[in-house]
Ligand binder design. Structure first.
Ligand SMILES: [Zn+2]
Ligand SMILES: [Zn+2]
Length: 237
């Protein structure tokens, strides 16, 4: 599909796709993911990692007919997830604490990389973390999976695909805009019980260049920049 963004009846820019609208093709609805590079995140228990990513994928599976399962075999996986430090072979080096948090590639690449240097919180309440710059792994995972499935950034502030998240906060529920975006790509799950309504106070600002001509068509990069002492993290493509 050629469409790269969507607007509602009021002309607001909402969810977006990547240039060219890449998706996983119809014969690939059962996607396997492998958590492959975890040595750099040794502080997080391996079974906790499995639980966190399973929950993150389940958010998207609930709204669509996509199904996700973890596999131990990297060669068998459609999606690979790993923690990396600094330069790690894809030309987009991570930068240590804060700055870039993670990046994911659009369909059907399947690579999802997390910066091992972040203060990741998994399996506990991030709002109670005493770590400086604590980031909720599951929240970032839900966002990045949206990219893995073909969504760009949304300008709806409550959407998972909104390009900003604060440190110490948790945001894992698909919002109506996320649901509309993903269902327009993959169809809906008849058992889906709905999503948080879109806030009527949506801003019309363009938050990123996900649909812009200067964006590389085959990938998205999520940069996270600390902009002030309040711990606001700005994620940009
Ligand atoms: Zn990478
Ligand atoms: Zn993003």
């Amino acid at each position: 599909m050629a469409r790269s963004s969507s607007a509602d009846a009021h002309g607001r820019h909402l969810y977006a796709y990547f240039p060219g609208g890449p998706t996983w093709p119809p014969f690939r609805r059962d996607l396997k993911y492998a958590i492959t590079a975890t040595s750099a995140a040794a502080s997080i228990d391996r079974s906790t990692l499995s639980d966190v990513f399973a929950r993150a994928f389940s958010r998207w599976a609930a709204a669509t007919n996509l199904r996700f399962a973890e596999t131990a075999s990297e060669s068998d996986a459609d999606i690979t997830i790993g923690f990396y430090s600094g330069s790690h072979g894809d030309g987009e080096p991570f930068d240590g604490p804060l700055g870039t948090l993670a990046h994911a590639f659009s369909p059907t690449d399947g690579r999802f990389h997390l910066d091992a240097a972040e203060a990741w919180v998994a399996g506990s309440d991030v709002s109670r973390s005493s770590a400086t710059g604590a980031v909720d792994l599951e929240s970032v995972a839900v966002h990045e999976i949206g990219h893995l499935l073909g969504l760009g950034h949304s300008s709806v502030p409550d959407a998972i695909m909104y390009p900003t998240i604060r440190t110490g906060t948790r945001k894992v529920e698909l919002e109506a805009d996320d649901v509309q975006g993903i269902q327009s790509l993959y169809g809906s799950n008849p058992n889906f019980k709905g999503a948080t309504p879109t806030s009527p106070a949506t801003s019309s600002r363009e938050m990123d260049s996900s649909a812009g001509a200067g964006c590389r068509p085959d990938r998205v990069f999520v940069g996270v920049v600390a902009v002030a002492a309040v711990g606001l993290l700005l994620l940009v493509l």
